[in-house]
Design a protein around this ligand. Structure first.
Ligand code: NAP
Length: 285
């Protein structure tokens, strides 16, 4: 392997230590930090992610509240739970694990989360603030990716970045953040209608793969020396793999993030950071 490994573990641990100190400072003022998760259905991957979030909350001293609903839950019941968590003073932040079962559109439910409790930073108000470059709760994965790049000194100013995937969860907010003044990258967003994906990504200094397609990005997609961030998490018999052919691409890339152990820990760190930020604001009244 020639590429530098962009592990998220070290920086995620540093963020968790910062968050734990902020949680302790609130506790000293009599304020406990509470994070609620809402999971609908029994998808094993989603259950694993949610368990990981509860473990992470415990590591930094937060209370967490686990709401697991059956797949056949009526939309009105999910709405009622979100309303209840919005009104619960013990809940500073909440997240709705997506995707929802049966292809149910998550956006109306995300929209009904109090934007001040929006742990995932996906409420339209928070995404609107992101587009405007205003402070707010940021989507955890895009902000985790930026932090990972910063940790390894990867310069985004003037860089050509191709983000593969345009979801509201990862690709679109990441592309906007990278293009904001101060980040100053020149960003192209690729998707399933992109013609000649390899030709496009080969022009990039930084390629972010966030498509959820195992093996989508091979060495033919990468300019020698480029930085590759693999967001994909695709379950296989032998565990999680990313969207990038790690073994082959790490022979030509300048740097590459692994799956697992790259973007995943940074996402959890970003979530915890949002939760403590929300709690600090609640404590200020
Ligand atoms: P998503 O909502 O399914 O979006 C996937 C995006 O990739 C879509 O925009 C889609 O294009 C594009 N795409 C799919 N196949 C493609 C192809 N062959 N060529 C070009 N573009 C293609 O997925 P998501 O929620 O953004 O998640 C993406 C991946 O990241 C998943 O594996 C997910 O599990 C993972 N993820 C990981 C973390 C983490 O913490 N590590 C966090 C969030 C997500 P169209 O819009 O044209 O359909």
């Amino acid at each position: 392997m020639k590429a530098r490994l962009l592990s998220g573990k070290e920086e995620a641990a540093a963020v968790e230590a910062e968050v734990a100190a902020r949680v302790a400072a609130l506790a000293a003022r009599g304020k406990a930090v509470g994070l609620a998760t809402v999971l609908v259905g029994e998808d094993p991957a989603s259950q694993t992610y949610v368990r990981g979030k509860h473990r992470a909350a415990a590591r930094v001293g937060m209370r967490s509240f686990d709401h697991a609903l059956p797949a056949e839950t009526a939309p009105a019941d999910l709405e009622r739970l979100i309303d209840r968590l919005n009104a619960d003073p013990a809940v500073d932040a909440m997240l709705l694990q997506i995707p929802l079962p049966g292809g149910l559109d998550p956006l109306p439910f995300i929209e009904s989360i109090d934007p001040a409790k929006d742990a995932d930073g996906l409420h339209p108000e928070n995404l609107g603030r992101l587009v405007l470059g205003l402070p707010g709760l940021r989507p955890a994965t895009p902000s985790g990716i930026l932090r990972l790049l910063d940790h390894y000194g990867v310069e985004t100013r003037g860089a050509i970045v191709v983000v593969v995937g345009r979801s509201f969860l990862v690709g679109r907010p990441l592309a906007i953040l990278l293009g904001l003044k101060g980040r100053d990258a020149t960003v192209t967003v690729a998707h399933t209608a992109t013609a000649d994906l390899a030709g496009l990504t080969r022009q990039a200094d930084i390629v972010v793969a966030a498509a959820g397609r195992r093996g989508l990005i091979g060495p033919e997609h990468i300019r020698p020396g480029a930085v590759v961030v693999d967001v994909g998490t695709n379950p296989t018999e032998s565990g999680l793999v990313g969207d990038v052919d790690f073994v082959a691409v790490s022979e030509i890339a300048g740097a590459i993030s692994p799956v697992p152990g790259g973007v995943g820990p940074m996402t959890i760190a970003g979530l915890l950071e949002n939760a403590v930020t929300a709690a600090e604001r609640h404590a200020e009244g």
